[in-house]
Design a protein around this ligand. Structure first.
Ligand SMILES: Cc1cc2nc3c(=O)[nH]c(=O)nc-3n(C[C@H](O)[C@H](O)[C@H](O)COP(=O)(O)OP(=O)(O)OC[C@H]3O[C@@H](n4cnc5c(N)ncnc54)[C@H](O)[C@@H]3O)c2cc1C
Length: 460
């Protein structure tokens, strides 16, 4: 065999697996048809957060007159996209450097299975053989079956991250994570935004209080939110689109200049010739066991393509565990708490159990909630409402929900606390610097013992 391990796909799952495998002294091939970094670096996490950062600054400055900042500022979207592209290039170059430094054989090509141990690289028509093969081909946006693909002014996340939208009236179909982040971006630029969501609320998977707070904030910001609304059809007009949707058994028609479809992502399995291997699928994803192993012992599937949880840090964790399994080391990330982050303004982040899950699981729990309006640093830096809600059982932390600026930075602390079963005293008895947002960590935990200095009552 040419390699110990060949990996198809150079996103967070694939490149992490390649680097980890090289660190475990395996001979590794990595095949990527586009650019290293996959969706995350090129069309997902990094571009969205870079653009959100630019629109946040723009929006903040508009409302900063009470802080003594007065100016006429403009948003140059071409420059913002150049800034985003430069960041992406820098990060992709960094990954390429790591791949080279670990002496991983990198093929910039499309891979397809010739047989169970052989991959054909389409462009070079080269074949490579490997003892183990990891499929890490990710997922792609999918449209809605009743919308023709050639209609103008309809975009997906790939399109809008590649080139700026010039339209001032934008309708987003889908109020999930990607839909809400894009709504935040365009709203902060001053565009008129409508969200159509088929479920009864935005972010239907998320703790109700978090999603209700976001929904209220969006409404206050004049983002139009239509929940329980089902898109029925879309027709092209001269300078935009008319679309109809059903709400409470009535149908309505509206006009918009652009539609962004944020309706979900499907696994990339076409073009791999999986049929010839008899590889088992589960609802269109590659079916794997707890070791990310398919029904063929030496073929594994990690990241978005196995349909477990479509997040970059989950892809990376699966990559490390998969390589550890292949190299006979115990897996380290299984059963660990997964942090979830949504980069709206303010951000949302959560980990572990929320109240309704604790209730459903019949757990005897206590809740502590801390509003950030008594935190000095938070007040200095933002005018956004914010809170931290923590769920304890026997004074041990079992879940946290954050609705606040920088929530995504703080959730890592709670993930670590949940995994290590930290109790109230272990967190609250430490000294936290002042003035910082981290003081909230002490407040929200000390509150369980009724010892939080800045909270009046402890709610049970
Ligand atoms: C708009 C958007 C924003 C997101 N924001 C976040 C976020 O903030 N945080 C977060 O955790 N997650 C986020 N995600 C999700 C995250 O990007 C994915 O979970 C992550 O990229 C999955 O990694 P992966 O390696 O499994 O797949 P991918 O990153 O999709 O990589 C798969 C790679 O495989 C390559 N490939 C496919 N088929 C072949 C083939 N036959 N031969 C060779 N190469 C092939 C593809 O070109 C691609 O580069 C976001 C996604 C989107 C779309």
């Amino acid at each position: 065999m040419d390699y110990d391990i060949a990996i198809i796909g150079g996103g967070p799952a694939g490149y992490s697996a390649a680097i980890y495998a090289a660190k475990c002294n395996l001979k590794v091939a990595l095949i990527e048809q586009e650019r290293l970094g996959g969706t995350c670096l090129n069309k997902g996490c990094i571009p969205t957060k870079a653009l959100l950062h630019t629109s946040f600054i723009y929006h903040q400055q508009h409302s900063a007159t009470n802080k003594g900042i007065k100016s006429t500022i403009t948003y140059d979207d071409q420059q913002a996209y150049r800034y985003k592209d430069q960041l992406v290039d820098q990060l992709v170059d960094g990954i390429q450097h790591l791949i080279n430094a670990h002496k991983i054989s990198f093929y910039n090509d499309h891979a397809t299975f010739n047989d169970k141990h052989t991959l054909l690289l389409k462009q070079s028509q080269q074949t490579i053989t490997s003892d183990n093969i990891i499929i890490a081909t990710g997922a792609s946006s999918f449209g809605l079956p009743f919308i023709a693909s050639d209609i103008k002014f309809i975009y997906n996340s790939d399109d809008v991250l590649k080139n700026p939208l010039t339209q001032t009236d934008i309708t987003i179909i889908g109020g999930g994570v990607i839909g809400c982040e894009l709504a935040t971006y365009y709203h902060q630029l001053g565009r008129r935004v409508t969200i159509i969501e088929i479920a009864e609320r935005l972010l239907p998977e998320v703790d109700k209080e978090l999603s209700q707070n976001l929904q209220m904030n969006f409404k206050r910001s004049k983002i139009e939110i239509l929940t329980n609304a089902k898109l029925l059809n879309v027709a092209e007009e001269n300078d935009g689109l008319s679309y109809s949707y059903q709400l409470n058994e009535r149908s309505y028609t509206k006009f918009t200049q652009a539609i962004i479809l944020a309706t979900g992502r499907k696994p990339n399995i076409e073009g791999l010739n999986l049929n010839s291997l008899d590889l088992k699928l589960d609802k269109g994803h590659i079916k794997v066991n707890e070791h990310y192993q398919t029904n063929l012992d030496h073929i594994f599937a990690i990241g978005d393509v196995n349909g477990k949880i479509q997040l970059a840090h989950v892809a990376t964790a699966q990559a490390e565990d998969c390589i550890r399994y292949i190299t006979n080391q115990p897996m380290i990330h299984q059963a660990k708490t997964i942090p979830y982050c949504i980069y709206t303004t303010p951000e949302i982040a959560y980990a572990g159990l929320n109240e309704s899950q604790a209730k459903q699981a019949n757990i005897d729990y206590q809740i502590s909630k801390y509003l950030l309006n008594s935190n000095g640093r938070y007040l200095i830096e933002t005018d956004q409402r914010g809170f931290i809600k923590v769920i304890f059982s026997n004074k041990v932390i079992i879940g946290a929900q954050l609705y606040m600026e920088h929530a995504s930075e703080y959730i890592g602390f709670f993930t670590m606390a949940i995994d290590n079963k930290l109790n109230v005293e272990q967190i609250a008895n430490s000294i936290y610097p002042h003035p910082t947002i981290s003081e909230a960590l002490k407040e929200v935990t000390a509150n369980i013992n009724n010892q939080a200095l800045h909270i009046l009552t402890f709610k049970r």
